[in-house]
Design a protein. Structure first.
Length: 574
């Protein structure tokens, strides 16, 4: 451990938002941050108001809020425009009888309409469930069923993946695009928006009223609905200041999709709560395209993920030199371990340190980070956010001394902490089983200087290209295939994607292993669940290792794969 802790990259710039980490940490009071919001005066709040309409009211309506481009569109919207469009959408929803607390899902590619819909739904106090556009029918069904969503906003291309006959609670499907079918329950976005007023009454909410439902994967069971409330805005705003280092004239780009919590907390709320211009790029990843986006808009603050940085690194240094990235001031990363190699490379080609940040869907906001004013130790996630107490604890809740690996835990509560797991109080309680702590499921250690170092997941959750995949969800899909008797799924280390999904499969009587069958199985998961959940590697086995109670032992599969000792096998079946 000593060796990796030696390397340091000192801070070179100063920033008005945080001049000194230790002093800020010592003096931080959440009560002071809370004074930024309307409930300070009125007792009521609404995320859409604080992030959008407030800027209009305070004379910043003509400031650019959104710079959008994809292969066929290039548009720009002011805060006044977003306020008007989201009000129109709020009126559309109200006209359908939707209101406070109702779950409204958004299932569409990143276009301005996604952002208008999301803000519009928040304006009426609905709880928004954002879904990745890549989700296929099973993934969509599970999430809509669990949440009992009443409405979903989508596009004609995605409509076929919403199994409406299996979703009795779902009353309205709002479709944005050409050729919207005229069917019972289907609403044409464009027609309704054109007829709606640009003035909408904001639904004033309490701090503990709902905001978002983000589904994410665990190691067992179906994806769980992580429920966030309005109060999260305190942390979104504050981390926008001290972690993203947002300043009034910044042009900020977070590359994440709102289907992932990074794409809402930091792709929408943090920049807009701070009144900062937000760049959204639709379409797929390509190094040329991304650098062109940084150049075209003069992006100053850029938040992305290790997988993306590794792919950019793979594309070569020459590509970088073809673009003018001179406006860039601050670069950040989240989602998986950020390799020291990538940090060194970033410094060389961009001339900037890449600042790692650690947090989770459940935490709602950043918790352990590197800050512009602080020395970076490449490979370390950094230090706790001012206002947050992070620790390494053993399984009984005792804090461990420096350099000892254990559970990365956070002292409860903090402003953006999830408030429940939808329909699953027992799951929720598991995170808080050790008195006074939130147990993250990650293992880490803290060095003598207080830097945290990520070591791995404690459970079986797979992190592929920064996306969390639950092995159980993939296994459940696999066993729906007629050839498959049993399946066990693990994450296999991969230099580009962090991990890839590997499936061990035993076949039913009468089926033979073959390369064709592997391809068929891959496609089966890709088409039924989603592309990122499909197993890139498949290995057929006569039998899978199971406990006496019949649970597939992924730990043993992993040990086979990595040539590691299999550990205690006392519970294994004969
Ligand atoms: C992993 C929401 C290493 C970790 C942002 C965590 C990281 C899980 C980092 C959360 C990081 C996230 N270094 N690992 N900086 N950030 N992770 O909810 O295992 O999709 O528990 O992310 O990603 O995944 P989620």
């Amino acid at each position: 451990m000593e060796n990796v802790q030696q390397e340091r990259i000192a801070a070179t710039a100063t920033t008005p938002n945080m001049r000194d980490y230790e002093n800020t940490y010592a003096s931080m009071r959440w009560e002071e941050v809370e004074k930024q919001f309307s409930w300070h005066e009125t007792g009521k709040v609404n995320m859409a108001y604080e992030a959008v309409d407030r800027h209009v009211e305070q004379g910043r309506g003509s400031k650019t809020a959104l710079l959008y481009s994809d292969a066929s569109r290039e548009e720009s919207y002011t805060f006044a425009d977003i306020a008007a469009q989201s009000s129109r959408f709020a009126n559309v929803l109200r006209g359908l009888g939707i209101g406070k607390g109702d779950r409204v899902f958004i299932f569409m590619p990143r276009t301005p309409e996604l952002y208008f819909s999301l803000m519009g739904a928040l304006k009426i106090g609905a709880v928004v469930g954002p879904l990745f556009e890549a989700f296929m029918e099973t993934a969509v069904r599970d999430r809509l069923q669990d949440s009992e969503a009443v409405a979903i906003v989508t596009t004609p291309a995605l409509l076929g993946r919403i199994p409406r006959s299996e979703l009795p609670a779902l009353k309205h499907v709002i479709v944005f695009g050409d050729d919207v079918p005229s069917e019972e329950g289907i609403v044409d976005y464009r027609t309704e928006m054109a007829g709606a007023s640009e003035e909408a009454q904001i639904e004033w909410l309490g701090r503990e009223d709902g905001l978002l439902l983000h589904y994410t994967s665990g190691s067992t069971g179906k994806p769980k609905g992580v429920y966030h409330v309005q109060n999260a805005m305190i942390q979104h705003y504050y981390t926008g200041q001290v972690v993203l280092d947002l300043q009034p004239d910044d042009v900020y780009w977070c590359t994440a999709d709102p289907g992932w919590v990074t794409g809402t907390s930091y792709g929408i709320f943090a920049p807009w709560l701070n009144g900062v211009t937000n760049v959204i790029r639709g379409g797929r990843f390509s190094p040329q395209d991304w650098y062109a986006t940084l150049q075209k808009y003069g992006v100053t603050v850029w938040y992305s993920a290790p997988t993306a940085f590794r792919m950019l690194m793979g594309a070569g240094d020459e590509v970088v030199q073809q673009y003018d990235l001179s406006k860039l001031r601050h670069v950040l990363s989240v989602g998986e371990p950020l390799n020291p190699e990538v940090v060194r490379w970033g410094l060389k080609v961009y001339g900037h340190r890449i600042h790692d940040t650690w947090w989770m869907t459940e935490t709602g906001g950043q918790l352990v980070c590197n800050y512009p004013c602080m020395t970076i130790k490449p490979g370390s996630m950094g230090k706790p956010l001012p206002g947050i107490e992070a620790a390494i604890i053993d399984d009984n809740g005792n804090e461990l001394p420096p350099n000892r690996m254990g559970n990365l835990a956070i002292r409860t509560p903090w402003p953006s902490m999830m408030r429940k797991i939808w329909n699953n109080p027992a799951k929720y309680e598991e995170y808080f089983r050790l008195q006074g702590w939130y147990v993250s499921g990650d293992s880490a250690y803290r060095d003598e200087e207080g830097y945290f170092w990520f070591q791995g997941r404690i459970d079986d959750v797979i992190n592929t290209s920064g996306e969390r995949v639950g092995p159980f969800e993939v296994e459940s899909k696999l066993v729906e295939h007629p050839a498959i008797a049993e399946a066990g799924v693990i994450g296999k280390p991969d230099p580009m994607r962090g991990e890839i999904i590997k499936a061990f499969i035993s076949l039913r009587e009468g089926f033979e292993p073959s390369e064709e069958l592997k391809k068929e199985i891959y496609t089966f998961v890709k088409v039924g669940l989603s592309a990122h959940a499909a197993p890139r590697e498949i290995e057929f086995k006569d039998k899978l290792p199971k406990t006496r109670s019949g649970k597939i032992m992924r730990r043993v599969l992993k040990a086979w794969e990595l040539d590691l000792p299999t550990g205690d096998l006392s519970t294994i079946e004969d």
